[in-house]
Design a protein around this ligand. Structure first.
Ligand code: DAK
Length: 260
């Protein structure tokens, strides 16, 4: 697949998607979002890909937000359509069957922070910076920031970030639970690959359903969410992988999962 604004590589079942507009700090314009949408659809259907890493080209930015130059001329109707399209792409990423890890290599601002939040896990380099600076432009976060940020860090801290537009360091992002790990820049992709490989070595159904249960359960009341968990728990007992996992434990050997 050839893209103008994305780089795409697969190694050992791990796909790496690099957002590639470094001169504009990888800002999200319609063309990039359209390509990302197509690539996400293709990866989601590809059984040979077990995990995805999303990162930004260059040393400075993961994504510095939606493309302000493109947004400037939009009418209210066009802005709503742009937001709806961005939201649909990010939701698609959130619902991909494979685990998705954001390797945040620099600025993750506005739509960039929102894109990282649509991923399952965020690893940041020490010089990454996070923020929702939309209020500086007189707008609100339009790609899910007002909803995913409070779910990740709680409403108080989310409101502070959304209402001041302040940028925070990777270290502070880790303190508030916005990122999982902070590592030196040279360690960023290796760390993301290490976590992806670990997930790939586990029971594939178990990993995929763990993601689905968290994503769906968080929007349900506890009783319904627990009932869903029990359903999935029972269903997995019908898989060969479950039998292999438990047998391997009892035989004191590593499990060989087949995704069956
Ligand atoms: N869009 C377009 N170009 C951008 C950009 C962006 N978000 N961020 C940076 N660039 C471009 C700069 O214009 C500059 O281009 P040239 O002048 O070289 O042509 C180049 O990238 C390098 O940027 P700087 O020269 O500014 O670099 P600095 O190191 O001085 O500063 C910075 C880095 C990240 C602090 C700064 O670039 C910055 O503040 N950027 C804007 C960050 C920002 O405000 N991001 C949030 C964007 S708003 C919605 C839909 C979506 C959204 C909201 C509503 N609806 C439709 C309702 C989402 C909104 C956002 O994400």
């Amino acid at each position: 697949m050839n893209f103008e604004h994305l780089l795409f590589a697969v190694e050992d079942g791990i796909a790496t998607v690099t957002l590639n507009r470094p001169k504009a700090l990888n800002a999200l314009n319609s063309a990039l979002l359209t390509e990302l949408s197509e690539l996400v659809d293709a990866i989601a259907k590809d059984a040979s890909i077990g995990a995805v890493i999303l990162t930004g080209a260059g040393e400075k930015a993961f994504v510095a937000g939606a493309d302000i130059a493109e947004m400037q001329g939009k009418t209210p109707l066009e802005a709503r359509a742009f937001s709806q399209f961005g939201n649909s792409v990010f939701s698609k990423i959130e619902r991909m069957p494979q685990p998705v890890i954001a390797a945040v290599n620099g600025f993750a601002l506005g739509g960039g922070c929102e894109l990282a939040m649509a991923c399952d896990i965020r690893i940041a380099s020490t010089h990454a910076k996070f923020g929702q600076p939309e209020v500086n432009l007189g707008i609100v976060a339009g790609f899910g920031g007002t909803q995913r940020l409070p779910r990740l860090v709680g409403p108080g801290i989310a409101k502070e970030l959304l209402m001041t537009g302040d940028m925070i360091t990777a270290e502070r992002a880790a303190q508030i639970g916005l990122v999982n790990h902070v590592v030196e820049p040279a360690e960023l992709l290796p760390k993301a690959q290490e976590i992806a490989a670990k997930m790939l070595s586990k029971g594939p159904f178990a990993v995929r359903f763990s993601k689905k249960l968290v994503n769906e359960g968080i929007n349900m009341d506890l009783e319904r969410a627990l009932a869903l968990e029990s359903e999935v728990f029972g269903t997995l007992f019908g898989t060969e992988d479950r039998l292999e996992g438990m047998t391997a434990f009892l035989e004191k050997r590593p499990a060989k999962f087949q995704g069956k």
